[in-house]
Design a protein around this ligand. Sequence first.
Ligand code: GDD
Ligand code: MG
Length: 368
Amino acid sequence: MSNLKAVILVGGYGTRLRPLTLSQPKPIIPFCNKPLVVYQIEALAKIGVTTVVLAISYKPEEMAKALEPYESKLSVKIKYSRESIPLGTAGPLSLMKKLLQEDSPDSPFFVLNSDIVSEFPFSDLLKFHYAHGKEGTIMVTTVTNPSKYGVVVYDQNSGKIDKFVEKPKNYVGNKINAGLYIFNPSILSQIEVRPTSLEKEIFPAMAASGQLYAMELHGFWMDVGQPKDYLIGMSKYLSHLQENDQEVQTLASGPNIIGPVLIHPSAKISPDSLIGPYVSIGPECFIETGVRLKHCTLMNNVHVEAHSWIKSSIIGWHCHIGKWVRMDNATVLGMDVSIHDEVFINGAKVLPHKCISESIIDPNAIIM
Ligand code: GDD
Ligand code: MG
């Protein structure tokens, strides 16, 4: 298979992942020590995709710089298609029509939401798509709270989609759009260069004309575009690493580790701390004695002083946490936040470069 292409939708401001996205665009936010979108690019490269186009409306230079090393490492070309105004999820495809059709005018192409983690079974998706022969295939997964997703109603035998309803108010079903698609180039003639939604406009029309199929995604899946979901996605990914024998050596082990835990080799961890389960620790972190970490992510250069207790939280780059600090309940610290000794934070979102010297009990607090 040559000349396969993929589009990753990376536009939007990632507002639900603030304050992290105030410092870096969502697709390159670290997830288990790698930029989020790199997991997708790796999976695409693995099945022979040679060109990945990022549909972008915000901060392209920073993203290009972060992703450049992966081009040679993964032998893929990474291109950027820049929108002057956000074109939604479908409009960007029309904007890059030429790019998608050069060299391979008849080849189907992948389209991905950028905030998804999964095993990305793209070769199964490609096979299924060729087998039914229609215009598009979307991957679906099962969730318990379908209202915040696109719900897909389809024939369990053939996969033919009867109905696609984006963020339904009333219950329609629990199979949802996983944000991973493959389309024939003929779809491009139905999309104009204007803000257009795949989910609200294009998919319902394709379903009505019998051109849209669904394939069930096996294995883990999560949209990590919000703090709570990011932490759930991290747990799912670490469990997946733990279950896959060949990758287990990347996980940490030792008397003070309750797996699965991922620790960057350059991080320094006191043997008198207790770490895990479900913890990811970034480069150059320093964890002092008596610290307790569970179900949390620390990005690079985070310093946690003695006897602090951190659970269900995301700690951004270069943060400093004092002694006897307690953090819980999807607290998110932006870049370079400093927390004084003995402070308790119960779910607040703290913007970059802040100094916190008093406890914040309100879980909805935003500290600016
Ligand atoms: N280029 C570009 N331009 N990309 C955009 C734009 C835009 O104007 N708006 C959104 N995107 C990108 C986002 O960066 C993200 O990767 C993707 O399109 C989907 O947008 P989200 O904002 O994350 O949507 P969602 O999570 O509420 O819902 C979507 O994902 C669910 C699965 O996680 C929908 O596709 C649902 O149907 C789906 O179930
Ligand atoms: Mg999303």
